[in-house]
Design a protein around this ligand. Structure first.
Ligand SMILES: NC(=O)c1ccc[n+]([C@@H]2O[C@H](COP(=O)([O-])OP(=O)(O)OC[C@H]3O[C@@H](n4cnc5c(N)ncnc54)[C@H](O)[C@@H]3O)[C@@H](O)[C@H]2O)c1
Ligand SMILES: O=c1ccn([C@@H]2O[C@H](COP(=O)(O)OP(=O)(O)O[C@H]3O[C@H](CO)[C@@H](O)[C@H](O)[C@H]3O)[C@@H](O)[C@H]2O)c(=O)[nH]1
Length: 443
């Protein structure tokens, strides 16, 4: 099939490469010329394991190319257009900014010739009700819309796209459009569906809600365990033992119970806020009011790390050397959108600490969003002379650090483990003062 992907960011670039991998002829389009330049060279414009190899192989087949928007002619004879543009948080209300989705649809309406009936597929995460409104505009031109939410995780984006847990279609109430949309996407995903990946075909609002419900559930699970960490801090309990113990119950499960500095990234924080804003517009704010608490618990964990750092430095961070290990919102990503690590680093720097931030992949993105923050790519150099080390992104190379050799680099062997990622006993034995989140002080 001939496929277009409008928006080639963390989601779209991976989707485009994976669609080519499935054998389709794909054109990726973006308004950002720098991104297109990278992609045309077969290079990933961001760090995502497996993507460079996939881009290289797909481009070598000639099935994958990239064009700067509007690329009207190149889009004219496409069968299925995917919309993968951003839906960031708009303002303090938390509502989603739909400008990019609207402009992507406008672009397609201009590119699709009159009398041509391709299928447009929304992958961006949007407030419930968006698809129905867009379908009205598109169907008036004979164009079919399907909402096909995406559940990939950064760091695992390629494997999640090629082997998703499920495929969800939100289709039109009009049976003809519903049928056409479903048939087109079944053809796009034929090899995935043949391998038995579960498929759910439903309405537009359900598909939109599935996406935000999934992210709300994940965010709630993380905030639940972080709330338990607060209780552990007040009582001397150990949240790591607690998580393990409750996680053995299959109904609860072990995943997403890692207490720490909390969730960040371009999805969970903005999606729960947009969900609350949309629920308020719909007059059902109470239904998701608990997400306010989920958000608040999450943000309190950042305060907790700042407080622990201040306490570790005898109540005043001014001029003290703090090494922050990690800036990305999670390992295996260079994404620093709403990153707890970067937020804490900035706050400590604003308080007058001599902060040095290191990260294996995210320093270029940090440089763009926080130009004043001192960065050091070499972990060993970053650790030299530190009065305090704060681990905030659990990259493998930080988790594997040898406490005895790191001790020879720092001025004071004091560590705050903001991800509960390393073994307290091992570091304490090597002479470190170790503090985790929701974990007891040294026996
Ligand atoms: N990042 C993820 O892991 C992920 C996973 C699932 C869903 N999503 C959702 O997917 C959407 C995209 O997220 P992202 O992380 O890829 O964002 P992103 O900011 O990395 O990428 C969006 C891209 O769209 C481009 N763009 C904006 N307007 C355009 C237009 N009119 N025409 C062409 N290109 C345009 C931007 O230049 C940018 O490159 C969001 O709704 C997000 O919530 C993201
Ligand atoms: O037990 C846990 C698990 C995760 N996190 C944090 O939660 C955030 C989000 O992690 P993760 O969900 O793995 O990353 P994303 O790539 O943002 O993926 C989420 O957001 C995407 C965009 O909507 C969805 O597609 C995915 O299904 C959903 O997992 C990160 O800051 C993690 O450090 C924790 O603090 N504790």
């Amino acid at each position: 099939m001939r496929i277009s992907v409008i928006g080639c960011g963390y989601l779209g670039a991976v989707h485009a490469a994976c669609m080519a991998e499935l054998g389709h002829e794909v054109i990726g389009v973006d308004v950002d010329p720098a991104k297109i330049e990278y992609l045309r060279r077969g290079e990933a414009p961001f760090f995502e394991p497996g993507l460079p190899e996939l881009l290289e192989s797909a481009m070598a087949t000639g099935r994958l190319r990239f064009e700067e928007a509007p690329a009207l002619e190149e889009l004219a004879d496409v069968n299925v257009h995917f919309i993968a543009v951003g839906t960031p948080q708009k303002d303090d209300t938390g509502a989603a900014d739909l400008t990019y989705v609207t402009s992507a649809v406008a672009l397609l309406l201009e590119a699709i010739p009159e009398g041509s009936h391709p299928v447009v597929v929304g992958k961006s995460t949007v407030p419930v009700g968006t698809a129905e409104a867009l379908a009205e505009i598109l169907e008036a031109r004979g164009i079919t819309l399907v909402w096909n939410p995406e559940f990939l995780r950064e760091g695992f984006a390629v494997q999640d796209t090629l082997s998703p847990d499920r495929i969800v279609y939100g289709v039109s109430n009009d049976p003809e459009h519903a049928q056409r949309g479903r048939a087109a996407l079944d053809e796009v995903y034929a090899s995935l569906l043949a391998s038995g990946i579960p498929q759910i075909v439903t309405t537009y609002p359900t598909a939109e809600l599935v996406k935000v419900a999934a992210n709300s559930f994940l965010a709630t699970k993380i905030s639940f365990i972080n709330a338990m960490a607060e209780l552990c801090e007040a009582t001397g309990g150990d949240v790591a033992d607690l998580a393990e113990a409750i996680g053995h119950d299959d109904r609860i499960g072990k995943k997403f119970l890692r207490a720490g500095v909390g969730f960040g990234g371009g999805c969970l924080p903005k999606d729960i806020r947009a969900f609350m804003a949309r629920a308020e517009e719909l007059g059902v704010a109470d239904a998701v009011a608990f997400l306010n608490e989920v958000d608040a618990i999450n943000l309190r964990r950042r305060d907790r790390v700042v407080d622990l750092a201040t306490k570790a430095l005898d109540g005043d961070v001014t001029g003290r050397r703090i090494t922050v290990l990690g800036a990305a919102f999670k390992p295996n990503s260079d994404d620093v959108r709403d990153s707890p690590a970067l937020d804490v680093a900035r706050r400590l720097a604003d308080m007058g600490a001599a902060v040095t931030v290191t990260d294996p992949e995210a320093l270029p993105t940090v440089r763009r969003v926080a130009p004043g923050l001192p960065l050091e790519p070499d972990t060993q150099v970053a650790l030299e002379g530190a009065d305090l080390v704060v681990l905030l992104t659990e990259w493998r190379e930080y988790v594997d650090l040898d406490p005895a050799s790191v001790r020879t680099l720092v001025a004071r062997p004091v560590l705050i483990d903001g991800r509960n990622a390393i073994d307290p006993a091992h570091w304490r034995e090597a002479g470190w003062t170790y503090t985790g989140l929701g974990r007891p002080a040294a026996p």
